[in-house]
Design a protein around this ligand. Structure first.
Ligand code: GLN
Ligand code: ZN
Length: 759
């Protein structure tokens, strides 16, 4: 029996990865210093593995993103980047002006760069797996190179066909889905992979790890044919260990028939893999990689349960390799740095380092080691005591009835009541919530947190910011105002700090993309609201103006999806607990005279399971959680905000949320999103189309704003349309925000006039 771990966080104990990248980008260090620093991190990752596990992977430290590395490896460099010139081109592709598009890696919060495949001419450009293998070999460390499977790589890529448009060439992007295309691209990509494998073999590599999470997606038969062919071909060079994760494999029979040495299973995300192993058995001649330690959640594992599982599995397979369930980079490095955390919570947690230790203990205990067995008992004791339970919260959820999820008056009636109060013009203008988080704002917050200034001083400062932003919005002529969110760092962390049953960490950083890190909160107990969370700022803002100011909350599904959460109760129940806490806030805001409340749900969709067949269940409770927290008076207008473009397949769920107004991103997807509403016949809700991209510093001209609106007006009745930017403005500068919003408001005013004169 062996242990294996993979995907250890490359961030380093002191976020060294982030500093190295950012210093290199700012030219504070040169390339050799940069590489030297990265090598130190490489060594550090491997030393962590070495301390606890048997199989040590290599090719794990990408300078930006491992999918991008794979694209570079096979020479898939889009022509706009010219000849590949090492790191310069690499970072152009990652974050230059015309960078590759970024999107979420399966259903996680990690973002990868979407490879663009122009044609099918690929060549081996950078043999990263070989380079890293050699690097460690020279230090006397035998590693197992890890690669992304060509199949998953293609499933994550876009194929591009060049089309000649009117004068300007433009690109038609389409995800690879068509069988013939897919096969052609596959063969081309695979050709390069074969070369990589050949070189690895020549170097003396005996086996590799192949990450193939796409095998957990629902696949066509022809795709499984390709996968089978792929593994039989790859196995000719080296022994193959396949890793699948985030869900169960979608076709168990075909999966276990693949001609490889070892097959990996995620045994924590749901029960299906295990059920299949029990039901259909497992080939005696293959090894089974048992992903028993959760790579996505921060809890200590119940080790004796895991031991029993491993023992059971060893009866099926030639051998069991004990492993994590999915890459460990979803976790912070180590709990040991959390010196301010409550002991009772801390001892229940295991971050990446502690997970490695758990793998070792399981193996030793299975082998009969006494000390390991004592550790298992110790953990059992810790986990057997109750923690974070609040009886009232449980009762409140238990008592929920159908009417708690349904507003008392239907939308068609609500809208009239709301309009009577709000008296908004046609094409009302608004923003998504945040205004520039300037250097000054961030500095004051740090001063406040470190105790340099008092909370009274800080609150005064926030008040001045609110006064300013209200004045600016009035001058621009916006119809519905916001308070600017200056008191918030992050839309989830802000609420996490205020809610009971939720902890935040000091050092629990996780990479979300490139050098960008965030600290996910930890929902460890029953969630409740000890006191109002947003009331002070919103009501102050409202006191300064006659125009309506939107109350601004983060929705229950987003809070849940962007946090670690407990596993002893269903996710659905946690969502309802958070929703009830938010409902209390909604009621307080209403009572204080707030007429519009926006509940942001940017992560509503991303929590959806990998397999479509599981969507109904997820969206059922996600929709209900939203409905629960937004069950306001009919007169209160409920807004929500989401920022992504793939709406088509989820629009019927979105409609069930029963909000009054939704604002969405539209400019980056070039109006593609509007087609979702075209196809959804009964769309009746008001919708704020994002008329410009806030991710770019460019000030949108009136013409481009008008184009988005005119496109929307062709599809939806003008009475339903609002006018707003794509998303919050916190990353922008005032100099960009003010003229952009002015243009936006002017276009709305012009269109209103034109529409009146037509009537
Ligand atoms: N209200 C938030 C803001 O404006 C919404 C952010 C988001 O959608 N990610 O910043
Ligand atoms: Zn947004």
């Amino acid at each position: 029996m062996k242990t294996l771990a993979y995907g250890f966080p490359k961030l380093g104990e002191r976020r060294e990865f982030k500093s190295l990248l950012e210093n290199f980008w700012k030219n504070k260090i040169d390339e050799s210093e940069f590489v030297e620093g990265m090598n130190a991190l490489r060594d550090w990752m491997v030393s962590n593995y070495k301390e606890h596990v048997d199989v040590i992977p290599s090719n794990e430290l990408s300078y930006y993103d491992f999918v991008l590395d794979t694209a570079v490896m096979i020479g898939a460099i889009p022509s706009r980047f010219g000849e590949y010139e090492g790191l310069k081109t690499y970072f152009e592709m990652a974050r230059g002006k015309q960078a590759l598009e970024m999107t979420k890696y399966f259903n996680t919060n990690y973002h990868y760069l979407v490879p663009e495949l122009e044609g099918t001419n690929f060549k081996l450009l950078k043999n990263y797996p070989l380079e890293e293998y050699r690097y460690f070999k020279e230090k006397g460390i035998e590693t197992v190179p890890k690669i992304l499977s060509p199949f998953t790589f293609l499933k994550l890529s876009k194929a591009i066909r060049k089309v000649e448009g009117q004068g300007l060439p433009f690109f038609e992007l389409s995800k690879l889905e068509n069988q013939q295309d897919f096969e052609a691209y596959f063969n081309a990509v695979f050709g390069v992979y074969e070369e990589v494998l050949k070189k690895l073999k020549e170097e003396g590599v005996k086996e590799i790890l192949v990450e193939d999470p796409a095998l957990c997606l629902e696949l066509e038969d022809y795709e499984w044919d390709i996968v089978e062919e792929m593994y039989s071909c790859m196995s000719k060079y080296v022994d193959i260990n396949v890793l699948t994760y985030y869900d169960s494999v979608s076709n168990y029979q075909r999966y276990i028939s693949l001609p490889v040495k070892a097959l990996g299973f995620d045994l924590v995300s749901n029960k299906e893999n295990l059920e299949n192993i029990r039901k259909f058995g497992f080939p005696k001649e293959k090894e089974l990689i048992a992903g028993v330690i959760n790579g996505r959640q921060v809890w200590r594992a119940c080790l004796d349960e895991k031991i029993r599982l491993v023992e059971e599995l060893s009866r099926y397979a030639k051998d069991v390799i004990i492993a994590n369930s999915c890459p460990l980079f979803h976790l912070p490095v180590s709990v040991e740095f959390e010196n301010e955390m409550e002991q009772e919570l801390k001892e229940r947690l295991a971050f990446a380092k502690e997970k490695l230790f758990e793998l070792k203990v399981i193996k030793l205990a299975v082998e009969g080691d006494q000390q390991a067995k004592m550790e298992v008992e110790r953990v059992k004791n810790i986990l057997s005591s109750k923690f974070g339970e609040v009886q009232e919260v449980k009762e409140r959820v238990k008592k929920l009835r159908e009417e708690d999820f349904t507003r008392s008056v239907p939308y068609s009636e609500r809208i009239k009541l709301q309009q009577e109060i709000l008296k908004l013009p046609l094409l009302p203008t608004t923003t998504i919530g945040s205004f520039p988080q300037t250097e000054e704002v961030r500095k004051k917050r740090t001063e406040y947190r470190s105790g340099k200034i008092s909370s009274a001083e800080y609150e005064e400062f926030i008040k001045r910011q609110i006064e300013h932003v209200i004045k600016v919005q009035e001058e621009i002529g916006l119809d519905v105002l916001v308070h600017g969110e200056f008191e918030r760092t992050d839309m989830v962390e802000f609420f996490a700090e205020k809610l009971g049953g939720v902890a935040t960490t000091k050092h629990g950083w996780v990479l979300s993309y490139g050098s960008r890190v965030y600290r996910p909160p930890i929902i460890y107990g029953d969630v409740y609201r000890p006191e109002p969370m947003t009331l002070k700022e919103i009501t102050y803002a409202q006191s300064l103006t006659q125009k309506p100011v939107k109350g601004m909350l983060t929705g229950p599904v987003t809070i849940l999806n962007w946090s670690y959460y407990r596993e002893d109760i269903p996710k659905e129940e946690i969502a309802y607990q958070i929703a009830l806490a938010l409902l209390d806030e909604v009621r307080d805001l209403e009572n204080a005279g707030i007429k519009i409340i926006q509940i942001d749900e940017p992560a509503f969709r991303e929590g959806a399971p990998l397999k479509r067949r599981d969507w109904d269940d997820y969206f059922r409770w996600a929709v209900r959680a939203f409905r629960l927290c937004s069950n306001a008076k009919p007169q209160t207008q409920i807004h929500t905000h989401m920022c992504y473009s793939e709406f088509n397949e989820v629009i019927h769920y979105i409609h069930q949320m029963d909000f009054d107004v939704i604002s969405i991103e539209a400019s980056r997807s070039k109006g593609e999103i509007i087609s979702a509403f075209e196809n959804f016949k009964d769309w009746d809700r008001q919708i704020g189309i994002g008329v410009y991209d806030i991710h770019s510093p460019a000030i949108p001209d009136k013409q481009s704003i008008r184009l988005v609106l005119e496109r929307a007006m062709k599809v939806l009745p003008v009475e339903l349309l609002w006018v707003n930017p794509d998303c919050g403005l916190k990353t922008r500068r005032w100099e960009e925000v003010v003229p952009s919003l002015k243009n936006m408001v002017e276009v709305a005013e012009e269109l209103r006039k034109e529409l009146v004169s037509v009537q």
